[in-house]
Design a protein around this ligand. Structure first.
Ligand SMILES: [Zn+2]
Length: 309
Protein backbone atom coordinates (compact mmCIF):
# COMPACT_ATOMS: atom_id res chain seq x y z
CA UNK A 1 0.00 0.00 0.00
CA UNK A 2 2.82 2.32 0.92
CA UNK A 3 4.58 1.71 -2.42
CA UNK A 4 1.37 2.43 -4.32
CA UNK A 5 0.89 5.69 -2.45
CA UNK A 6 4.49 6.63 -3.23
CA UNK A 7 4.02 6.05 -6.92
CA UNK A 8 0.82 8.07 -6.87
CA UNK A 9 2.67 10.97 -5.25
CA UNK A 10 5.32 10.82 -7.98
CA UNK A 11 2.69 10.82 -10.70
CA UNK A 12 1.09 13.89 -9.19
CA UNK A 13 4.39 15.74 -9.14
CA UNK A 14 4.08 17.63 -12.34
CA UNK A 15 5.79 20.79 -13.21
CA UNK A 16 4.62 24.18 -13.60
CA UNK A 17 2.87 21.68 -15.39
CA UNK A 18 2.23 18.36 -15.17
CA UNK A 19 -0.13 15.68 -15.58
CA UNK A 20 2.07 12.62 -15.83
CA UNK A 21 2.23 10.67 -19.08
CA UNK A 22 0.43 7.33 -18.94
CA UNK A 23 3.75 5.49 -18.91
CA UNK A 24 6.24 7.20 -16.60
CA UNK A 25 9.67 6.89 -18.12
CA UNK A 26 13.21 7.09 -16.84
CA UNK A 27 15.30 10.00 -18.10
CA UNK A 28 17.50 9.05 -21.04
CA UNK A 29 21.12 8.19 -20.37
CA UNK A 30 23.73 9.71 -22.64
CA UNK A 31 27.20 8.49 -23.51
CA UNK A 32 29.85 11.13 -23.59
CA UNK A 33 32.61 11.59 -26.11
CA UNK A 34 36.10 11.61 -24.68
CA UNK A 35 38.09 13.41 -27.36
CA UNK A 36 39.26 16.88 -26.51
CA UNK A 37 39.24 19.93 -28.71
CA UNK A 38 42.86 20.97 -28.81
CA UNK A 39 45.83 21.42 -31.09
CA UNK A 40 44.95 18.10 -32.76
CA UNK A 41 41.60 19.57 -33.77
CA UNK A 42 42.35 23.04 -35.11
CA UNK A 43 39.52 25.11 -36.59
CA UNK A 44 39.24 25.44 -40.38
CA UNK A 45 41.56 27.99 -41.98
CA UNK A 46 39.36 28.53 -45.03
CA UNK A 47 35.62 29.09 -45.17
CA UNK A 48 33.75 25.80 -44.80
CA UNK A 49 30.75 24.67 -42.77
CA UNK A 50 29.94 21.39 -41.06
CA UNK A 51 27.06 20.85 -38.67
CA UNK A 52 25.92 17.87 -36.61
CA UNK A 53 23.43 17.35 -33.82
CA UNK A 54 19.70 16.95 -33.23
CA UNK A 55 17.93 18.14 -36.39
CA UNK A 56 14.45 18.11 -34.95
CA UNK A 57 11.91 20.62 -33.65
CA UNK A 58 13.30 21.82 -30.31
CA UNK A 59 16.70 20.39 -31.20
CA UNK A 60 20.14 21.92 -31.38
CA UNK A 61 23.14 21.54 -33.68
CA UNK A 62 26.78 22.38 -33.33
CA UNK A 63 28.52 23.77 -36.41
CA UNK A 64 32.17 24.37 -37.14
CA UNK A 65 33.39 27.00 -39.56
CA UNK A 66 36.01 29.70 -39.95
CA UNK A 67 36.52 31.49 -36.61
CA UNK A 68 34.69 34.81 -36.63
CA UNK A 69 32.36 33.84 -39.50
CA UNK A 70 28.84 35.22 -39.25
CA UNK A 71 26.30 32.40 -39.10
CA UNK A 72 22.69 32.57 -40.29
CA UNK A 73 19.74 30.20 -39.95
CA UNK A 74 17.10 30.39 -42.69
CA UNK A 75 18.56 33.71 -43.83
CA UNK A 76 18.59 35.47 -40.43
CA UNK A 77 21.90 36.04 -38.64
CA UNK A 78 22.01 34.10 -35.37
CA UNK A 79 25.61 34.36 -34.16
CA UNK A 80 29.33 34.46 -34.78
CA UNK A 81 31.68 31.46 -34.70
CA UNK A 82 33.98 31.61 -31.68
CA UNK A 83 37.80 31.60 -31.75
CA UNK A 84 37.79 27.82 -32.34
CA UNK A 85 35.20 28.06 -35.12
CA UNK A 86 32.26 26.69 -33.08
CA UNK A 87 28.73 27.99 -33.28
CA UNK A 88 25.50 26.68 -31.73
CA UNK A 89 22.30 26.65 -33.85
CA UNK A 90 18.83 25.81 -32.50
CA UNK A 91 15.48 24.84 -34.05
CA UNK A 92 12.22 26.00 -32.51
CA UNK A 93 9.12 23.94 -31.69
CA UNK A 94 7.49 25.31 -34.87
CA UNK A 95 10.49 25.01 -37.21
CA UNK A 96 9.64 24.07 -40.81
CA UNK A 97 10.62 20.74 -42.38
CA UNK A 98 13.92 22.10 -43.73
CA UNK A 99 16.65 24.40 -42.39
CA UNK A 100 19.41 26.28 -44.16
CA UNK A 101 22.52 27.19 -42.18
CA UNK A 102 25.08 29.52 -43.75
CA UNK A 103 28.44 30.93 -42.67
CA UNK A 104 29.79 34.13 -44.18
CA UNK A 105 33.29 35.59 -44.02
CA UNK A 106 35.61 37.57 -46.28
CA UNK A 107 32.89 38.06 -48.90
CA UNK A 108 32.18 34.31 -49.24
CA UNK A 109 29.37 32.11 -47.96
CA UNK A 110 29.22 28.38 -47.19
CA UNK A 111 25.77 26.82 -46.92
CA UNK A 112 24.38 23.53 -45.60
CA UNK A 113 20.79 22.27 -45.70
CA UNK A 114 19.12 19.88 -43.27
CA UNK A 115 15.78 18.14 -42.84
CA UNK A 116 14.19 19.03 -39.50
CA UNK A 117 12.17 16.15 -38.06
CA UNK A 118 8.65 17.15 -37.01
CA UNK A 119 7.39 16.17 -33.55
CA UNK A 120 3.99 15.56 -32.07
CA UNK A 121 3.08 17.32 -28.87
CA UNK A 122 0.52 16.12 -26.37
CA UNK A 123 -2.15 18.16 -24.66
CA UNK A 124 -1.48 18.13 -20.92
CA UNK A 125 -4.03 19.11 -18.29
CA UNK A 126 -2.72 20.25 -14.91
CA UNK A 127 -5.04 21.02 -12.03
CA UNK A 128 -4.45 22.04 -8.45
CA UNK A 129 -1.96 24.81 -9.17
CA UNK A 130 -2.08 27.96 -7.01
CA UNK A 131 -4.51 30.17 -9.01
CA UNK A 132 -2.28 33.27 -8.69
CA UNK A 133 0.35 31.33 -10.69
CA UNK A 134 -2.11 30.69 -13.53
CA UNK A 135 -4.28 33.81 -13.86
CA UNK A 136 -2.69 36.35 -11.49
CA UNK A 137 -4.88 39.33 -10.56
CA UNK A 138 -3.42 40.55 -7.26
CA UNK A 139 -1.66 43.92 -7.98
CA UNK A 140 1.24 43.00 -5.69
CA UNK A 141 1.68 39.70 -7.49
CA UNK A 142 1.54 41.44 -10.89
CA UNK A 143 4.20 43.94 -9.78
CA UNK A 144 6.37 41.09 -8.52
CA UNK A 145 5.98 39.22 -11.82
CA UNK A 146 7.15 42.35 -13.71
CA UNK A 147 10.19 42.78 -11.46
CA UNK A 148 11.13 39.14 -11.81
CA UNK A 149 10.67 39.20 -15.61
CA UNK A 150 13.31 41.97 -15.75
CA UNK A 151 15.70 39.87 -13.63
CA UNK A 152 15.21 36.90 -15.93
CA UNK A 153 15.85 39.03 -19.02
CA UNK A 154 19.17 40.08 -17.51
CA UNK A 155 20.08 36.42 -16.99
CA UNK A 156 19.07 35.47 -20.53
CA UNK A 157 21.08 38.26 -22.16
CA UNK A 158 24.38 36.78 -20.97
CA UNK A 159 26.90 35.98 -23.73
CA UNK A 160 29.89 34.47 -21.92
CA UNK A 161 32.76 33.67 -24.30
CA UNK A 162 33.21 30.08 -23.07
CA UNK A 163 32.80 26.59 -24.56
CA UNK A 164 30.78 24.71 -21.95
CA UNK A 165 28.52 23.59 -24.84
CA UNK A 166 31.40 21.26 -25.86
CA UNK A 167 31.32 19.33 -22.59
CA UNK A 168 28.83 16.68 -23.62
CA UNK A 169 25.90 17.39 -21.30
CA UNK A 170 24.84 15.04 -18.50
CA UNK A 171 21.42 14.83 -16.86
CA UNK A 172 21.14 17.28 -13.96
CA UNK A 173 19.68 14.75 -11.50
CA UNK A 174 20.21 11.07 -10.90
CA UNK A 175 17.13 8.86 -11.04
CA UNK A 176 13.71 10.46 -10.94
CA UNK A 177 10.71 10.02 -13.22
CA UNK A 178 9.86 12.08 -16.29
CA UNK A 179 6.44 13.65 -15.65
CA UNK A 180 6.31 16.34 -18.32
CA UNK A 181 7.78 16.37 -21.78
CA UNK A 182 8.94 19.49 -23.56
CA UNK A 183 6.55 21.21 -25.94
CA UNK A 184 3.25 19.89 -24.58
CA UNK A 185 0.27 22.17 -25.05
CA UNK A 186 -1.02 22.83 -21.57
CA UNK A 187 -4.32 23.54 -19.89
CA UNK A 188 -3.61 24.84 -16.38
CA UNK A 189 -6.48 24.75 -13.88
CA UNK A 190 -8.77 24.63 -16.93
CA UNK A 191 -7.18 27.65 -18.70
CA UNK A 192 -5.37 27.05 -22.04
CA UNK A 193 -1.74 28.13 -21.61
CA UNK A 194 1.46 28.45 -23.60
CA UNK A 195 3.41 25.30 -24.50
CA UNK A 196 5.48 23.77 -21.73
CA UNK A 197 9.10 24.57 -22.59
CA UNK A 198 10.53 22.37 -19.85
CA UNK A 199 11.50 18.76 -19.24
CA UNK A 200 10.09 17.72 -15.87
CA UNK A 201 11.78 15.10 -13.73
CA UNK A 202 9.99 14.26 -10.47
CA UNK A 203 12.34 13.50 -7.58
CA UNK A 204 12.19 13.94 -3.79
CA UNK A 205 12.77 17.36 -2.25
CA UNK A 206 16.49 17.73 -1.52
CA UNK A 207 17.72 15.60 -4.45
CA UNK A 208 20.97 17.24 -5.62
CA UNK A 209 20.87 19.13 -8.93
CA UNK A 210 24.11 19.04 -10.93
CA UNK A 211 25.40 21.39 -13.62
CA UNK A 212 25.05 19.36 -16.84
CA UNK A 213 28.07 21.10 -18.36
CA UNK A 214 30.45 23.84 -17.32
CA UNK A 215 29.34 27.44 -17.43
CA UNK A 216 28.73 30.70 -15.62
CA UNK A 217 25.75 31.33 -13.33
CA UNK A 218 23.75 34.29 -14.69
CA UNK A 219 20.78 34.12 -12.30
CA UNK A 220 20.36 32.60 -8.84
CA UNK A 221 17.12 33.62 -7.09
CA UNK A 222 15.81 31.59 -4.14
CA UNK A 223 12.12 32.54 -4.38
CA UNK A 224 10.53 33.53 -7.69
CA UNK A 225 6.75 33.71 -8.06
CA UNK A 226 6.46 31.17 -10.91
CA UNK A 227 9.75 29.32 -10.60
CA UNK A 228 10.53 29.16 -6.86
CA UNK A 229 14.30 28.69 -6.50
CA UNK A 230 15.67 29.46 -9.96
CA UNK A 231 19.17 29.15 -11.47
CA UNK A 232 20.41 30.00 -15.00
CA UNK A 233 23.74 28.74 -16.37
CA UNK A 234 25.33 30.21 -19.52
CA UNK A 235 27.33 27.53 -21.36
CA UNK A 236 28.64 29.86 -24.08
CA UNK A 237 27.23 31.01 -27.45
CA UNK A 238 24.21 32.28 -25.49
CA UNK A 239 23.12 28.70 -24.64
CA UNK A 240 21.43 29.03 -21.24
CA UNK A 241 20.04 26.18 -19.15
CA UNK A 242 17.49 26.82 -16.39
CA UNK A 243 16.59 24.94 -13.19
CA UNK A 244 13.15 25.66 -11.68
CA UNK A 245 11.32 25.07 -8.38
CA UNK A 246 14.52 24.44 -6.40
CA UNK A 247 14.36 24.21 -2.60
CA UNK A 248 17.98 25.22 -2.09
CA UNK A 249 20.59 27.10 -4.15
CA UNK A 250 24.32 26.45 -3.76
CA UNK A 251 25.56 29.02 -6.30
CA UNK A 252 25.56 32.78 -6.82
CA UNK A 253 25.46 35.00 -9.90
CA UNK A 254 28.93 35.13 -11.47
CA UNK A 255 30.03 31.73 -10.15
CA UNK A 256 31.84 29.46 -12.58
CA UNK A 257 30.53 25.90 -12.35
CA UNK A 258 32.10 22.68 -13.58
CA UNK A 259 30.21 19.79 -15.12
CA UNK A 260 28.65 17.68 -12.35
CA UNK A 261 28.96 20.36 -9.65
CA UNK A 262 25.97 20.52 -7.30
CA UNK A 263 24.14 23.82 -7.85
CA UNK A 264 21.23 23.22 -5.46
CA UNK A 265 18.42 20.81 -4.65
CA UNK A 266 15.02 19.76 -6.03
CA UNK A 267 11.96 21.47 -4.55
CA UNK A 268 8.31 22.23 -5.22
CA UNK A 269 8.19 26.03 -5.00
CA UNK A 270 6.36 28.31 -7.44
CA UNK A 271 3.90 26.99 -10.03
CA UNK A 272 4.22 23.32 -9.15
CA UNK A 273 2.03 20.58 -7.77
CA UNK A 274 4.84 18.50 -6.30
CA UNK A 275 8.63 18.17 -6.02
CA UNK A 276 10.36 17.99 -9.38
CA UNK A 277 13.02 19.65 -11.47
CA UNK A 278 11.77 21.59 -14.48
CA UNK A 279 14.82 21.75 -16.75
CA UNK A 280 14.85 24.26 -19.57
CA UNK A 281 17.15 25.51 -22.31
CA UNK A 282 17.11 28.77 -24.24
CA UNK A 283 19.44 29.95 -27.00
CA UNK A 284 20.42 33.62 -27.41
CA UNK A 285 17.31 34.72 -25.55
CA UNK A 286 15.13 33.86 -28.55
CA UNK A 287 14.76 30.11 -29.01
CA UNK A 288 13.32 27.70 -26.45
CA UNK A 289 14.98 24.30 -26.93
CA UNK A 290 14.37 20.81 -25.54
CA UNK A 291 17.23 19.98 -23.15
CA UNK A 292 16.40 16.26 -23.25
CA UNK A 293 17.05 16.29 -27.01
CA UNK A 294 19.92 18.76 -26.86
CA UNK A 295 22.11 16.77 -24.49
CA UNK A 296 22.30 13.89 -26.92
CA UNK A 297 22.56 16.18 -29.96
CA UNK A 298 25.43 18.24 -28.56
CA UNK A 299 27.41 15.17 -27.50
CA UNK A 300 26.92 13.52 -30.89
CA UNK A 301 27.76 16.74 -32.73
CA UNK A 302 30.97 17.25 -30.84
CA UNK A 303 32.13 13.68 -31.48
CA UNK A 304 31.23 13.83 -35.19
CA UNK A 305 32.78 17.19 -35.91
CA UNK A 306 36.02 16.38 -34.11
CA UNK A 307 36.24 12.96 -35.76
CA UNK A 308 36.08 14.62 -39.20
CA UNK A 309 39.14 16.75 -38.54
ZN1 LIG B 1 8.21 22.11 -16.24
Amino acid sequence: MRAVAGLFALLLAACAAGEAPAQPEAPVAVEHPVEAAGPANPPPTTLSLRCAGAFTQGGVALCRTLPGASVALDGATVGVADADGWVVVGFTREHAAAAEVSASANGGTATARFDIAPREFDIQRVNGLPQQTVTPTDPDVLARIRREAALKQEGFRSTANIEGFLDGFVLPIEGGTVTGRWGNQRILNGTPSTPHFGYDIAAPVGTPVHAPASGVVTLAEPDMHYEGGLVFIDHGQGLITMYLHMSRLDVHVGDTVEQGQVIGAVGARGRATGPHLCWRMKLRNTQQLDPSVAIDGLARARAELLAQN
